[in-house]
Ligand binder design. Structure first.
Ligand code: ADP
Length: 804
């Protein structure tokens, strides 16, 4: 709108200028036309007056001819005088009644130019129009008896002439004409005033509007077509006209220059307007951007939780943001313009606040900010941290200081809490008896070591690696276990490696229980944590116990054999007696000489077999009793059962107790020490047989059942269960819970270490043993001892390692 007004006025101005010019120009043309008209009429008037004057002379001459006042020669003399005086008249001729030339005078100029003119009647092509014009005018003059002008015609190519026929009337009769010929160009030359011919082009036009003659020949200036005026060329008539033409005046040229100047100025103005418009548009855009930027900054400022305060170099507050007001509780009006002391300074700290302000104004505030206490309007106080930066204006001069303020009460509280919790954490860690160390996976450096670790190993990362058994896996090795996006270990990895290892460190002569796991260190790096507990004492005790148990086992086996000595003796007695029989039999027959060779062979074979049997018994007992280190090996349950039954057979037979055994097919292989398991089984069978025998059970209750079957239990998984069921008196109530006590026995000669050892053996194989009575209604029908051994677990010896 601001640019449309000027644009419109410029255009209006231009239109007005154009209209004014147009009006002036029309006015001028009108005036010019008027002047042309006047000039043309003036010329016409001059020529007409001259022609009429000539015509009167001719009429006078004609009268003198008719009245015979003058004769032919006198006429010629008068004619000569007339033509000489009148340059426009080129000839004077007396024509008779029948158009014969009576007398003729031709101007000497014409004769000189065209000698042939002197001889009328000569016929060439130029004579034709002349004669016709002469004839027409002659006829008309005869008819009207008035002077008649002929139509102009071309006279010998060059000259255009017209004639005037003045009739000769002799006593009312037509007696011929006096013919004067006028040269048209002479008429113009002599009767157009010089000032007119300077200004105008005066031309004579024929009936076809063809220019016959003109005051200018070569058309030097172009006459303007609008500036013409035509008048009939009286008294000649015959459609001949006189035309005046005006030249284009210089006013037009001057007007044009002015006009073009105005036009150029208008164009310039328009161009400037356009420039202004563009400039304004740019300014508007910049203004818009500025407003947007300001709004953005304001929104930012309003959303900010940091308080901002600006002051000039004297300390007068010039600006506070909403966050500052919200923090202190003072309004903008209460703060702006204030000089120190400020209302938010705590009264008891005026001096300190003032000192800090002086420091601030001097530009000596630390870059890390200063901690100050601020009092709210309601009197409460809080801790804040202030940062100061110089306030620079657009010309680069410092005008004051800008202070930003954050409430750090909460941060401080959290920091204190963190410090406290960190202290607790360190106290606990440092107080631990175990060595705790954290090793960076990437760099291999020790990230953390507690007091115990430092005490035992110093600050050396080497011991961490030794305890861990191997250097922590490198990042490359961990490979897929590390999350590709963040470089952090996955949970799997963190859980991995938590199994305990027992490590012997030669330097300290100590055993350590070592637990290692991967974790994400505080800086996000992957690290390995190790907790090493000193278990040397426990380890020694365990070793001693194991040693004792081993001895006890051997002793127990000896005891068992001692107890079974009578059975063994009885058992050995049989083959020995048989051998004795065979030998004495053979001796008798040998002495009698009745011994046949084949009988001898058969008897010797039998003797040998019996000896082998005795040897076998002794060998098995020796095997059983021999003290050996516990040795686990892949063992089939059926083999254990077979070997045990063979040993138990001696005792069972002696005590007259029957045994039924059942071993399930396709049992998995056990990882056990077969001698120890045999010892357990033998002990159970012996106890059962003793219980039956001691209770003097009737024959049908003198049976034992041995079963070996696969089982599955929730806590142990796949197991093999061995059970020994007897039909004896069962366990007495008070016995039941003391069964596995060492040296507990109900028998007069019992050692009471059998069952306690059995339990130790089974548990060292990660197995379980239990005893229960069997009932038929209220009465006890026997009791069952059973133990289960896990399948496939070879109580892991790799868990223990020694470092020397
Ligand atoms: P010992 O056989 O030398 O007495 P054990 O530890 O083998 O020592 O047995 C402890 C006690 O458990 C026995 O004295 C006996 O009272 C009881 N006992 C063991 N097995 C049976 C059984 N099959 N029936 C009844 N009582 C039994």
């Amino acid at each position: 709108m601001a640019t449309l007004g000027p644009l419109l006025s410029v255009l209006l101005f231009l239109a007005a200028i154009i209209a004014a010019f147009w009006y002036l120009r029309t006015e001028e043309i009108d005036r010019e036309v008027e002047s042309v008209k006047r000039d043309a009429e003036l010329v016409q008037q001059q020529i007409r007056l001259r022609l009429i004057d000539n015509q009167e002379q001719l009429v006078r001459l004609a009268r003198e001819v008719v009245t015979h006042t003058i004769d032919r020669d006198q006429l010629l003399g008068q004619a000569e005088a007339l033509v000489r005086e009148r340059p426009e008249m080129v000839s004077l001729t007396w024509l008779s009644q029948n158009r014969q030339v009576v007398a003729r005078h031709v101007s000497p100029d014409l004769v000189a130019a065209m000698p042939r003119l002197g001889t009328p009647g000569t016929s060439d092509q130029t004579e034709e129009p002349r004669q016709r014009a002469t004839l027409d005018a002659f006829t008309d003059a005869r008819e009207t008896r008035l002077p008649v002008y002929s139509r102009p015609f071309r006279h010998a190519d060059r000259l255009i002439v017209f004639q005037v026929h003045v009739p000769l009337i002799d006593h009312g009769n037509f007696a011929g004409t006096l013919v004067a010929e006028y040269a048209i160009d002479s008429l113009l030359r002599y009767f157009v005033p010089a000032e007119v011919s300077r200004r105008r082009v005066i031309s004579l036009l024929d009936a076809e509007d063809e220019v016959m003659v003109s005051t200018v020949s070569g058309r030097p200036g172009r006459p303007s077509p609008g500036l013409t005026y035509t008048v009939p060329f009286a008294p000649v008539d015959h459609g001949v006209t006189l035309r005046g033409e005006g030249y284009r005046t210089s006013v037009g040229l001057v007007g044009n220059t002015l006009f073009w100047m105005v036009l150029a100025l208008s164009a310039l103005t328009l161009w400037m307007l356009f420039g202004t418009w563009r400039h304004m548009r740019r300014r508007l855009q910049i203004q818009g951007a500025l407003v947007q930027e300001t709004n953005f900054r304001r929104a930012m400022e309003n959303s900010m939780l940091t308080g901002m305060r600006a002051m000039d170099k004297d300390g007068r507050i010039t600006y506070v943001n909403p966050a500052f007001c919200a923090m202190t509780g003072f309004t903008e009006a209460e703060l702006i313009g204030r000089m120190p002391p400020y209302p938010h300074w705590p009264p008891e700290r005026m001096e300190e606040s003032s000192r800090l302000l002086q420091q601030e104004l001097a530009g000596r505030s630390p870059a890390g900010g200063i901690e100050v206490r601020v009092q709210r309007k309601d009197g409460t106080q809080f801790d804040s941290r202030m940062y100061v930066s110089p306030l620079i204006d657009s010309r680069g001069h410092q005008t004051g200081w800008m202070t930003s303020m954050t409430n750090i009460t909460e941060a401080k509280r959290i920091r204190d809490q963190l410090t406290a919790s960190h202290e607790r954490f360190t106290t606990v860690l440092e107080g631990l008896d175990a060595a705790v160390s954290v090793l960076s996976v990437q760099t291999g450096e020790l990230l953390f070591a507690n007091r115990t670790y430092r005490l035992w190993f110093g600050g050396d990362a080497h011991w961490h690696t030794l305890l861990a058994g191997r250097p922590p896996k490198s990042v490359d090795e961990l490979g897929d276990a590390i999350d590709g996006m963040t470089g952090l270990p996955t949970a799997d990895l963190e859980d991995a490696g938590a199994d305990a290892r027992e490590v012997f460190i030669d330097l300290q002569q100590k055993w350590f229980d070592v637990r290692a796991r991967y974790l994400q260190w505080t800086d996000g790096r992957l690290a390995q944590m190790l907790i090493a507990t000193d278990i040397t004492a426990r380890r020694r005790m365990e070793e001693q116990t194991a040693h004792q148990i081993e001895r006890a086992q051997a002793t127990s086996r000896l005891v068992t054999m001692g107890e079974m000595a009578s059975s063994v003796a009885h058992e050995l007695n049989q083959p020995l007696a048989a051998i004795n029989n065979y030998c004495s039999g053979m001796l008798t027959r040998l002495r009698a000489g009745t011994l046949k060779e084949e009988d001898l062979v058969s008897a010797l074979e039998k003797t040998s077999k019996q000896a082998q049997r005795a040897g076998q018994i002794i060998h098995r007992i020796r095997q059983f009793v021999k003290r050996s280190e516990p040795q686990r090996q892949a063992t089939r349950a059926a083999d254990i059962v077979d070997d045990t039954l063979e040993l138990a057979g001696l005792e069972l037979r002696r005590r007259n107790v029957a045994i039924h055994s059942y071993v399930a097919q396709r049992l998995p292989v056990l990882q056990v020490d077969p001698i120890l398991i045999e010892q357990v089984l033998l002990n159970l069978l012996k106890n059962a047989a003793e219980a039956i025998d001691n209770a003097q059970m009737p024959p049908k209750r003198r049976t034992i059942e041995l079963r070996v079957v696969p089982r599955h239990t929730p806590e142990m998984g796949g197991v093999i269960e061995f059970s020994v069921t007897d039909a004896g008196p069962g366990l007495k109530d008070d016995v039941n819970h003391r069964l596995y006590e060492a040296f507990f026995s109900t028998k007069a000669d019992g050692m009471g270490i059998g069952l306690s050892l059995c339990r130790a053996i089974i548990e060292s194989h990660q197995g379980r043993i239990k005893a229960e009575n069997l009932y038929n209604a209220e009465s006890i029908t026997g009791c069952r001892f059973s133990f289960m051994l896990p399948v496939g677990t070879a109580g892991d010896p790799s868990k223990t390692s020694e470092i020397h």
